[in-house]
Design a protein around this ligand. Structure first.
Ligand code: BGC
Length: 759
């Protein structure tokens, strides 16, 4: 598909004089920042996402013909997405009372239900869906881990793996990716997204939607919009986001996902700027449809229409349904309020038939594009073939490589890792070392524990040829509420040459409704680590987690630390690959690691302050009890080798709008091992009409280098990407000098600059 060109730029010189901004403001009411603006519409899905084999005109004609035959009840049926349960009543499908079905357990049942739907009076097929955020049965790392690869190809490969496996069972759609940007790891759902940075979040959205589509599964972008900024990281709370921040940070990942072909978007069930999004017409219709031209399905989140009542914006079930349908929710996920209330609302004229037809048209359009009306594009799944098509060695190999690329090395004092010459005796401590669930992570879809090799078994098998004995003690279970096993664990540790502690967040402390107020190792785990430390043996800490934790105390007690998120089905093997050096880690932190909860929300791209932090200045930006810097910055991650950067250059010292800057840098492997470096480009705009972030990620490159080898790495920077949102959400590009920083993390120091000139 064609990418839409960027919005028309407001020319910098005029903006600098205040002319254009004033004119633009005069054209629309300042009270309505989402009013239609001259922004390019999103171009419809390309070949990966449109399997209809029909022209858009033919699709619309087929929809017209269907609509003409549909009763109001048929239409409302298409506007309902229901959950499947073992006592599911077939009449729902036979009578066309449901359009989308979530969570059907088996391939055989999906095939059977689809046969019923195709044989029904109108023959409208069902869409089958399930939340498959990082796999279906075979799991790649959780999304935050995939984002840590900083690698579009790894993310896309996990999407393709998920798509192939889920579609082989009969699935058409996943309720993912979650592209909510978030700076607050107290929110448990950070695990489902790509972290704190909008460039990485866009890259994630684009790669995931494309990969899923190539694998045969369609994506849902969620949760539109602002859920990632819930107050204090408390799940289901409200968010306050200014217009420029919404346009600069929170909307771009959605836009990127739509441009990659996503045709379903889930509205957030949270409140943004005082209004539940489910009832926000300006967002769901004004922005999404009228301004962006999105022509796919807007689905509510689970039960979100009914939740308008406890949100306090609807007095009754009837009013809740009216508000949602008027705002632009096409499909009711689970509440049942459309089926219950729309007949009455249409009869009384409170909901128009035109609005109903419009919603149904979108559902049918997406069904056509998914190829559902064409049995050749979406043939009936044969359960016997389905049984051979999942958990295959090929899918597991993809999951393994993704896991290797998502493990971040945070510390490695004295090059303790890798274990090239494993010691005689190793003590593995921690229940997670032999727990499949903590490797698999949250949102496991149809994953099976028995598919998941355990870390402890993998380590033992790998070290056996070296004659290493691997002892094990739990210390405590993965929740670690009790300390009665600590002494036994410490004894096992004391006998060993090296301790490998596997600690962190059990999978059930991550994802939805798992907000935390303390971000150290959960419960008594730090006390366990402290006890192991007193044994005097060197400790390698393997951290499993769904979010960046406050790791200061833990880091102090371990000589080497790897951060593996929840690495998925093959995570145990990938971890061993990293520990023994079969894989040289390359992943980076997709969120800053905080020192303390009091620093949150935190992101590296903060604005400058009038009083920059100065150690000996009491009246500079600081905390009196903690440093203002993160414990480890965004983009940080070690390797078993070292890289040196030199010869940074911009190809165009002066450049104009619409052009592409090229940045070149030499990266040399100055260590003794082959390794992969993630080269990061940051840009800062030192003088603009609004304060600009201290630095912003603007480009990435991946380079593999043998020891001693050097390569010139080039990163292209489309200049229009430097535009930012003004108070009305319009994009402005301003001339002037831009500073460039290139290196291996957001703390990169090698710098140069270029001039963006007015025409
Ligand atoms: C979550 C969504 C999810 C839905 C269906 C909701 O609680 O917010 O992200 O897609 O459930 O499982």
């Amino acid at each position: 598909m064609r990418l839409p060109s960027l919005p028309a730029l407001l020319l910098a010189s005029a903006t600098a004089l205040g002319l254009l901004a004033a004119t633009a403001r005069a054209q629309t009411s300042p009270a309505d920042p989402f009013a239609p603006k001259p922004e390019r519409a999103i171009v419809a899905a390309g070949p990966i996402h449109d399997r209809s084999g029909l022209s858009p005109r033919e699709v619309e004609a087929r929809i017209d013909a269907l609509l003409a035959r549909m009763t109001l009840d048929d239409k409302i049926g298409q506007m309902f997405a229901g959950g499947w349960a073992p006592d599911f009543d077939d009449r729902e499908v036979r009578e066309g009372r449901v359009g989308i079905l979530s969570g059907v357990e088996t391939a055989a049942e999906m095939a059977r239900l689809q046969r019923l739907a195709r044989a029904s009076r109108l023959g409208i097929p069902l869409i089958f869906t399930r939340d498959s955020l990082h796999g279906y049965r075979t799991l790649a790392p959780v999304p935050l881990g995939l984002a840590a690869s900083f690698d579009p190809e790894i993310i896309a490969s996990a999407g393709r793996m998920t798509g192939r496996e889920a579609s082989s069972q009969g699935m058409h759609l996943t309720f993912s990716p979650m592209v909510d940007l978030t700076r607050d790891p107290r929110w448990g759902r950070v695990v489902e997204g790509a972290g704190e940075d909008p460039f990485l979040a866009r890259l994630f959205a684009r790669s995931m939607v494309t990969g899923l589509g190539e694998g045969g599964l369609q994506a849902t972008l969620k949760h539109f919009v602002g859920y990632g900024a819930v107050r204090a990281g408390r799940d289901y709370a409200e968010a306050e986001i200014s217009v420029p921040t919404l346009h600069d940070l929170h909307l771009p990942p959605f836009r990127a996902g739509f441009e990659a072909g996503a045709q379903v978007v889930m509205a957030a069930f949270s409140v943004l700027n005082g209004k539940p999004v489910t009832a926000d017409r300006r967002l769901l219709t004004g922005l999404l449809r009228e301004r962006w031209g999105f022509d796919g399905i807007v689905i509510s989140d689970w039960d979100a229409i009914r939740e308008l009542i406890p949100h306090g914006v609807a007095a009754s079930r009837e009013e809740a349904a009216e508000k949602a349908v008027t705002a632009g929710i096409d499909v009711d996920l689970a509440s049942g309020l459309y089926r219950e209330q729309l007949p009455g609302l249409v009869a009384s004229g409170r909901a128009s038939m035109a609005r109903i037809d419009e919603a149904v048209r979108r559902v049918l359009r997406v069904k056509f594009r998914f190829g559902l009306f064409d049995p050749q594009a979406t043939p009936e799944v044969d359960p016997a073939v389905a049984a051979r098509s999942w958990a295959t060695p090929e899918l597991r190999a993809v999951a393994l490589e993704a896991a290797r690329r998502s493990i971040v090395l945070l510390k490695n004092d004295g090059d303790l890792l890798p274990l090239d010459h494993p010691p005689k005796r190793i003590a593995v401590i921690g229940a997670a070392a032999r727990d499949a669930g903590d490797l698999m992570g949250s949102w496991g879809a149809k994953a099976e524990r028995e598919d998941t090799p355990l870390f402890l078994d993998e380590l033992r098998a790998r070290l056996k040829p070296f004659g290493t004995t691997v002892d094990f003690a739990e210390g405590c279970d993965d929740a670690c509420l009790k300390s009665d096993g600590f002494e036994a664990a410490a004894k096992v540790a004391a006998k060993a040459d090296l301790v490998v502690a596997v600690l962190g967040e059990p999978w059930y402390l991550t994802a939805e409704s798992t907000s935390r107020t303390r971000l150290g190792l959960p419960n008594r785990q730090q006390a366990l680590l402290d006890r192991l430390h007193r044994s005097g043996r060197p400790i390698v800490l393997v951290t499993l987690a769904g979010r960046p934790m406050a790791m200061g105390e833990a880091l102090a007690k371990a000589k080497a630390v790897v951060y593996a998120f929840s690495p998925g089905t093959m995570g145990g093997r990938a971890l061993v690959d990293v520990l023994v050096g079969a894989t040289n880690p390359s992943a980076r932190l997709p969120m800053s690691l905080p020192r303390a909860v009091g620093q949150l929300p935190f992101s590296y791209d903060m604005l400058p302050t009038g009083r920059p932090p100065k150690p000996d200045d009491d009246l500079s930006a600081r905390y009196v009890d903690e440093a203002v810097t993160p414990l480890l910055p965004f983009g940080f991650g070690l390797s078993y080798t070292r890289f040196a950067y030199s010869d940074l250059a911009v190809v165009h010292p002066r450049i104009g709008a619409g052009e592409t800057q090229r940045i070149e840098v030499t990266v040399r492997n100055v260590g003794a091992r082959a390794g992969r470096e993630i080269v990061q480009l940051y840009v800062h705009d030192p003088v603009a009409s609004r304060s600009r972030p201290l630095r912003q990620l603007r480009g990435l490159a991946r380079v593999d280098l043998e020891p001693g080898e050097a390569k010139t790495v080039t990163i292209d920077l489309p200049i229009d990407e430097l535009a930012f949102a003004d108070e009305d959400g319009r994009r402005v590009l301003e001339p002037g000098r831009f500073e460039v920083f290139v290196g291996g993390s957001s703390a990169a120091t090698l710098t140069t600059s270029f001039e963006l000139i007015s025409p």
